[in-house]
Design a protein around this ligand. Structure first.
Ligand code: COA
Length: 524
């Protein structure tokens, strides 16, 4: 950090930091030493390569089979067709599924994310049938679980687009125990009044047949949509009966005889239209999307390639990050001089008030108590929390048991916060800071990581108990492959992603449950 910039920030801190613009400009940020730019560039190149591989899905053979032989629309095109034309798509788990013990499974075989339909933020989740016929591998089950978890926490209507050969049979023993969890989740979400709509645009085989039959409303596409527990070969083997797949589980049969589906679409284009009309009939209030002139822009530029490569940011650098994230680079710091290892305070991101909790050193007694106090106030004021994870590998280990009790209080406050929690791992999240700073096990509503982020966790022994203090380090890519982070985002787009995330988490406050029903939609 340039000495002049440090001096300027110290002067500003001594003024009390109370709703002060942070004196940080793009020019100042560019003075930060840029020794690690090349490290950052290689991570970015790796990210782009992986993203390309994820977008290709099952590759030319799978795409050819899907489009030419089966005459179906590719999943990403399907999603584009049901979203509003001007809607962004916040993709969840785009890099999930790479580097698995059973090989690479682009996007874990299921494309999912949040976008607007008729102005309403919805979760959309559809199998990519170009990847091994959209079958479920263990990582597909894990990603689908997180997607439902996000939908439930944020009360987002869900659009399922099933198109799958069911469980990937060679790994069935690893899938069946938890594979049914998705249907359990559907029922629980429905009992909480979260709408779920299925658009059957491929096979719903075996357990997959429960997906449309447990959704509020289901559309099926003629010729390509099929729902059955066992296909014609299985029926022949079990009963000797010869039956066509259309008669057994086709669109016309389910729309006219079984009643499993509610809308018969002659083709996918009609299905997309029906899906949008169903979302309109949910009678929900959309979150207004502000135009950029309605809030102040930050004074700092967000092209912080130099900050990104650092393994840990000091306090002044965190102020730099805040100056690039917050409207007008303005931050009202809470307890600026007490518990300096943690920065807490409030500001706005794209017009929405947020409570910021950012590591700037060790979380000791004062830091933990300050955080618990701050979270309590955010709960009372319905202010969403943003955790900026920037823990230091060595200092996170150096806490002694004296700090355990206050850290326990902070941990409890984070776990039970009744406002939305969004986490961004800027540089690292180590050891118990993983709990205190709202890592995946503390159920963040959304969870992002910068490409250079590092993590560590205690190694578990076979019984699931922590081993001594051996720890295993892993990077943002491992986290993304294994659904430990929802998305890798670059510093440049962090403010924009947080702005969109805040609108997504806000939607439920405008759409409180209208009835006291505590049971799911029963399809009659
Ligand atoms: N487990 C493992 N692999 C499967 C699979 C399954 N359940 N379903 C399909 N696959 C594989 C195929 O072997 C094929 O692999 P390949 O690319 O290495 O040749 C690939 O997925 C594509 O399958 P294919 O049958 O060629 O695609 P399709 O578009 O013609 O048909 C289905 C798609 C889903 C209709 C058909 O694959 C099917 O009926 N699968 C079995 C469904 C089933 O009985 N599931 C029970 C699970 S509990």
């Amino acid at each position: 950090m340039h000495a002049g910039v440090r001096c300027m920030i110290r002067r500003w801190m001594s003024q009390g930091c109370f709703t002060q613009p942070i004196p940080f400009t793009a020019e100042d940020v560019s003075k930060i030493d840029n020794a690690s730019i090349s490290g950052y560039q290689s991570k970015l190149a790796k990210y782009k390569e992986l993203e390309k591989a994820a977008l290709i899905g099952g590759g030319p053979r799978g795409i050819e089979r899907h489009v030419t032989k089966n005459r179906k629309v590719l999943i990403r095109e399907r999603i584009k067709n049901i979203l509003d034309q001007d809607s962004p798509f916040l993709e969840i788990g785009k890099l999930a599924g790479f580097d698995m013990p059973y090989g690479d499974l682009p996007a874990a075989g299921v494309v999912a994310g949040i976008g607007r339909i008729q102005g309403i933020y919805c979760m959309i989740s559809g199998n990519d049938a170009t990847v091994k016929a959209g079958t479920y591998y263990p990582i597909t089950v894990k990603k689908s679980g997180r997607v439902q978890n996000i939908s439930e926490m944020n009360r987002l209507p869900v659009i399922y687009m099933p198109d799958s050969g069911g469980a990937f049979l060679p790994l069935q023993s690893e899938i069946f125990i938890y594979g049914g969890r998705g249907f359990y989740n559907q029922a629980v979400m429905s009992s909480k009044g979260i709408a779920q709509i299925a658009m059957v645009c491929g096979s719903c085989t075996a357990g997959g047949a429960y997906n449309p039959t447990m959704s509020d409303e289901a559309i099926i596409i003629d010729r390509i949509g099929k729902i059955f527990l066992g296909g014609p070969p299985l029926v022949k083997a079990a009963t000797g009966e010869i039956v066509t797949d259309e008669d057994l589980g086709g669109a016309f049969m389910h729309s006219s005889v079984s009643g499993c589906t509610d809308y018969f679409a002659t083709d996918e284009t009609q299905g997309f239209k029906m899906c949008r009309e169903i979302v309109e009939s949910l009678n929900m209030r959309p979150v207004p999307v502000p135009n950029t002139s309605s809030f102040l822009q930050p004074k700092a530029d967000l092209t912080w390639t130099d900050l990104e490569g650092k393994s840990h940011l000091d306090k002044v650098e965190i102020y730099g990050v805040l100056s690039g994230l917050l409207d007008g680079s303005t931050f009202k710091e809470f307890k600026a001089f007490y518990g300096p290892g943690l920065i807490t305070g409030s500001g706005y991101i794209e017009g929405n008030m947020v409570g910021i909790i950012a590591n700037s050193g060790q979380i000791l007694e004062a830091e933990a108590l300050k955080a618990a106090h701050f979270i309590d106030m955010c709960n009372r004021r319905a202010t969403p929390l943003i955790f900026l994870q920037n823990s230091d590998a060595t200092s996170a280990l150096a806490n002694d048991s004296y700090d355990l009790k206050p850290r326990g209080s902070m941990s409890a406050a984070v776990a039970t916060a009744c406002v939305p929690k969004i986490s961004v791992t800027l540089t690292g999240c180590f050891h118990e800071d993983y709990l205190l700073m709202c890592g995946p096990s503390y159920n963040p509503n959304l969870n992002f990581a910068w490409p250079g982020a590092q993590f560590s966790s205690f190694l578990m022994d076979n019984a699931g108990l922590p081993e001594k203090r051996d720890d295993e380090e892993f990077d943002a890519f491992y986290a993304a492959f294994n659904v430990l982070t929802d998305a890798i985002i670059t510093p440049e787009i962090t403010r924009m992603v947080l702005g969109e995330s805040l609108r997504i988490v806000k939607q439920q406050s405008l759409n409180l449950p209208v009835t006291n029903l505590r049971y799911p939609v029963f399809r009659m």
